[in-house]
Design a protein around this ligand. Structure first.
Ligand code: FAD
Length: 484
């Protein structure tokens, strides 16, 4: 039979589950990627992620060609395009890797229906996680809602069977080049209606070669991950999030190596593996508790938190703008927001700090921040982003308790003690001492003058008072929590 491999968030050849199964099952496999208008049309016209995908597709196409295949790239509505292509190419089966996000599930259900009407089968496979939604459950078959027991069960279950790579290349002779009429180069950004972002100026390696280079670099320092991961000025984390998002790296490969090293006693690798497990924890939360995000709307995992009266109105909108633009007057928060605005990346410690600041210092609905991250993060992942925001706002499963409120100054002193990260993004504060840089309003007039800073002019005064905001937040949460 002839098959169609439909790439989505799995832009690689090696260890690709659906590609492997397609090559095993069919004598000829044609490959396609659709720039799905249903996803792209609502986005702003400058989006780094579209650039990352485009670059990764160019590499994927080249790799497939080297194996005598190639990639058809379309810009269309996938729900119509996939059945049309299946018909036009006269294939009997379509293969894809599963995507558990609500919109993707709805799309795939429609594609399945249209293909079935035409007598074409549609096969989907687990590929973006080590364990599927129902593979790690409690003894009574319920989904876990607390991370630590989930992690324990995950680790107890994992073995070489689940981490084994799919030997795609051994079956690559079934790859077929696209027929002449479909052989067009990967479209440019302009051709799909986008303008260039600053992606090429950032040091973000794309494609599976980019992912391999990042991993190689991280592998040299993985043993220090635990010690380094909380300090945003240090190259501690892997920066592989965007590659996990678009599947330019295999989770089995990453988890496999981390697992092996952790069995040998590498504490850094064990801790990093724990982060990969957080990712799978949130994936299964999104599927089993779809109320956390459905119909494009997020709701609290704990429904009582949806009754919180968030600060709203004109002043709230001004505070939100100050947060977005990095003008809150709290240097660590502002530097973090400049990091995401300028690069699409934000360090995990800072994601926690700015998320907490948004809902517990500014008193703003966490969903505003969630949406902002969704638009700007290169590694935006619905499940992890929703989970992260619900953690910070205390509305989630296994979340930060509501009365634990990060102090943005203390966080800054602890995790950027010399203000290195702050100085990188806020050069106007560079002249302040290490003692004052975390809270410029505490600096003496002499120090401010010597550093060339006029508070309220060259750098904002704090938009809220942390101690006051803290009291207000405790009252705000207490009001919906009743007696407990
Ligand atoms: P590393 O530290 O090298 O971690 C490796 C991988 O583990 C990450 O790439 C990611 O896939 C996974 N991971 C790490 N921490 C977490 C976590 N807490 N939850 C789930 N997965 C994790 N992560 C996303 O991938 N997409 C998001 O949209 C996202 N939004 C977040 C929003 C908030 C408010 C918070 C607090 C966290 C969010 N995270 C998100 C989790 C985490 O911050 C990022 O995964 C991490 O910073 C990515 O950088 P890295 O690849 O260098 O991470």
């Amino acid at each position: 039979p002839k098959g169609l491999m439909w790439f989505r968030r799995d832009l690689r050849v090696d260890d690709n589950a659906a590609l492997y199964h397609a090559l095993r099952a069919c004598r000829q496999v044609v490959c396609v990627f659709v720039f799905d208008r249903a996803i792209l049309d609502p986005l702003p016209r400058v989006d780094r992620r579209v650039g990352v995908i485009r670059e990764s597709l160019a590499e994927l196409d080249e790799e497939l060609r080297a194996l005598s295949g190639g990639l058809i790239v379309r810009h269309a509505d996938a729900i119509e395009e996939i059945p049309a292509l299946a018909h036009g190419l006269d294939v009997q089966a379509v293969f894809a890797n599963r995507d558990d996000e609500p919109d993707a599930l709805a799309r795939d259900a429609q594609v399945l229906g249209a293909l079935a009407n035409a007598g074409v089968s549609f096969h989907t496979y687990k590929d973006s996680t080590v364990f599927d939604r129902d593979e790690v459950l409690t003894k009574t078959g319920q989904p876990y809602t607390v991370f630590t027991p989930y992690k324990r069960a995950w680790l107890a279950k994992v073995d070489s069977f689940f981490l084994k790579p799919y030997p795609v290349r051994s079956h690559a002779d079934a790859l077929a080049p696209p027929p002449e009429a479909h052989r067009t180069p990967v479209p440019s950004l302009e051709e799909i209606g986008f303008r260039r972002s600053n992606l090429s100026e950032l040091d973000i390696p794309t494609g599976s070669q980019g992912a391999a280079a990042l991993f190689e670099d991280f592998f040299q320092r993985i043993d220090r991950y635990d010690a380094a991961r909380n300090f945003p000025a240090v190259r501690g984390p892997s920066y592989l999030g965007v590659h996990l998002r678009f599947g330019t790296v295999s989770i089995r490969q990453l988890a496999g190596i981390a697992h092996q090293l952790s069995l040998q006693g590498d504490a850094g690798a064990a801790s990093w593996l724990g982060e990969l497990i957080w990712r799978e924890f949130y994936f299964q939360i999104l599927v089993h508790f779809p109320h956390v995000h459905s119909g494009g709307e997020s709701k609290s995992f704990r429904p009582e938190y949806d009754k919180i009266q968030w600060h709203h109105g004109k002043h709230a909108d001004q505070l939100f703008e100050a947060w977005c633009q990095g003008r809150t007057g709290y240097p660590l928060v502002d530097a973090a927001m400049l990091q995401i605005n300028q690069s699409g990346y934000m360090h995990n410690r800072l994601r926690m700090v700015v998320a907490s600041f948004l809902c517990k210092d500014l008193g703003l609905d966490w969903r505003r921040g969630e949406r902002y991250f969704a638009l700007h993060l290169n590694d935006f992942e619905l499940a992890s982003n929703n989970g992260g925001w619900q953690w910070a706002s205390s509305s989630g499963c296994d979340a930060q308790p509501y009365f634990r409120i990060f102090n943005p100054v203390t966080q800054s002193e602890r995790f950027d003690p010399e203000g290195k990260f702050i100085r990188r993004y806020l050069p106007q504060l560079a002249g302040l001492s290490n003692a004052a840089i975390h809270a410029p309003w505490t600096a003496s007039p002499v120090e401010l003058e010597a550093a060339g800073i006029k508070l309220g002019e060259t750098y904002p005064k704090p938009v809220v008072d942390h101690a006051e905001a803290r009291e207000q937040t405790l009252r705000r949460y207490a009001a919906v929590r009743g007696a407990d």
